[in-house]
Design a protein around this ligand. Structure first.
Ligand code: PLP
Length: 455
């Protein structure tokens, strides 16, 4: 068992696991666990390789500033290296990325610039264009630019590829991965095509990305949008060699997220959304085989960064990726059912401090006040604020003293339209089934319901 002197020495050499509990048809399916890198993703490899290459070329030296455009993971890999080698790091990220990634980056000392996710290449707020501009504007700054950096490809051609070859005993019929910068596909593909020309490179591509349709038709379609993070593109990155792809498989967000949840449930592996996309494509390819094949799926990152998203049932329900039971009444709009014990409540004799703590912990802005399972009021952030502003000791006072006792109830079989006058009056509709409190409906619950009606 090796002891390391520096966290950077722990990059690479990641384990390979046989996914024995997934239905892979006649195939043997392996997972290359890149989430086991110290920064939590495959991008640690390129973070180190790109910095060391620039140092060898005399383009940077400790004390300098690195700037990069990233979905998060390359930023984390670079942040790990920058912290150990003494560089300042500025990363530019699209705002669809998880808050866990942003928190992790900042905690590693990186400066994070968030920008719009809904604009494409060429737009001044597009993350790659903004990063390039920031690097130009700053003195002594180096634009790492993973999308055009040959050290990115080399890291996989000299690292990931040879490891897969060793760990499969030189017997691998296919490898599936995705494309963000294209470094993994191009590096691993180049190595394996040289070493084992019969090995197939399978591209897993999120629905909405341009890559799989481009490979299938030869024409560049308009990019759509997708929630899978780190993969899928609206252009072909300069370093990405699509000619290495033998087959491209398009996977929807829903299928990717459900696959990631299944891998956790069956194999005990907490993987990221792109790994869900990759394994979903791997399973589809494997099940279509008629003879035994050995397939390796590259798992780029850990699921720890997506706990607030695809591993959160309410997020999945709100996004429409999990089917909720359909009641045909206002129960369908109640995100957290009181009858199913899914909501967060407070008692009338509890303190305002408790109410405040619960609102923060569960990220809700109001709590039903429940006394012996009967709703007796509601307390929200403004009730708290009015109570404690200039009189902080009120945090110790009971909720009953500051709650709103006059609640706006609606019958469970009332029309959706009955909600609007209450919401317009800045009140919260309380859904009742007779004398039973079903749950409350917030503005965002109604928006989610209306959003689900849009195809
Ligand atoms: C989670 C995740 N998956 C997959 C990829 C794609 O890897 P590559 O950039 O080598 O194409 C990335 C790249 O950022 C990623 O962050």
């Amino acid at each position: 068992m090796r002891t390391y002197d520096n966290v950077l020495e722990m990059i690479g050499g990641t384990p390979m696991l046989r996914l024995a509990r997934m239905d892979a048809g006649p195939c043997t399916l392996f997972a290359k666990l890149e989430m086991q890198n110290p920064g939590g993703s495959i991008k640690d490899r390129i973070g180190l390789a790109m910095v060391e290459a620039a140092e060898r070329e005399g383009r940077i030296s400790p004390g300098g500033t690195l700037v990069e455009a990233t979905a998060g993971n390359t930023g984390l890999g670079l942040a790990l290296v920058a912290a150990q080698k003494g560089y300042r790091l500025i990363v530019v990220m699209p705002d669809k990325m998880s808050r866990e990634k942003v928190a992790h980056l900042r905690a590693l000392g990186a400066e994070v610039v968030m920008t719009r996710s809904d604009v494409g290449k060429g737009h001044p707020e597009y993350y790659q264009d903004l990063a390039a501009r920031l690097a130009k504007e700053k003195a002594n700054a180096f634009f790492v630019n993973q999308f055009a950096n040959p050290a990115n490809v080399r890291a996989h051609e000299e690292g990931t590829g040879p490891e897969i070859w060793e760990q499969t005993g030189h017997r691998v019929d296919a490898v599936v991965c995705g494309v963000g910068s294209g470094g993994t596909l191009t590096g691993v593909g180049r190595f394996l095509k040289r070493q084992s020309p019969g090995t197939k490179m399978i591209l897993a591509d999120p629905e909405g990305s341009v890559l799989a349709p481009l490979i299938a038709t030869g024409h560049m379609p308009n990019a759509g949008s997708w929630l899978v993070e780190g993969m899928g593109e609206d252009f072909v990155p300069p370093i990405c060699d699509l000619s290495l792809v033998d087959q491209a498989i398009t996977v929807s967000d829903r299928e990717s997220f459900l696959a990631a949840r299944e891998i956790l449930a069956r194999e005990g592996l907490l993987v990221g959304s792109s790994a869900g996309c990759i394994v979903a494509a791997a399973l589809r390819w494997c099940r279509a085989q008629t003879a035994p094949q050995r397939m390796v799926a590259i798992v780029p990152d850990s699921g720890a960064k997506y706990l607030s998203k695809m591993f959160n049932d309410y997020w999945m329900l709100d996004q429409g990726f999990l089917d909720r039971p359909h009641h045909g009444n206002l129960r369908d709009l109640v995100a957290r059912s009181h009858t199913a014990h899914e909501d967060y409540v407070v008692g009338p004799s509890e303190t305002l401090m408790n109410a405040y703590g619960r609102m923060k912990l569960y990220d809700v802005s109001q709590l039903p006040v429940i006394d012996q399972d009967r709703i007796v009021g509601i307390i929200d952030e403004s009730d708290l604020l009015i109570a404690v502003f200039g009189h902080e000791q009120a945090f110790k006072e009971p909720v009953a003293k500051h709650m709103t006792a006059r609640v706006e109830t609606v019958a469970v079989d009332a029309p959706v339209a009955a909600l609007m006058p209450i919401l317009r009056a800045e009140r919260v509709p309380i859904v009742m089934d007779g004398a039973t409190f079903v749950g409350l409906i917030t503005r965002i619950d109604l928006l989610n319901y209306l959003r689900r009606k849009v195809a």
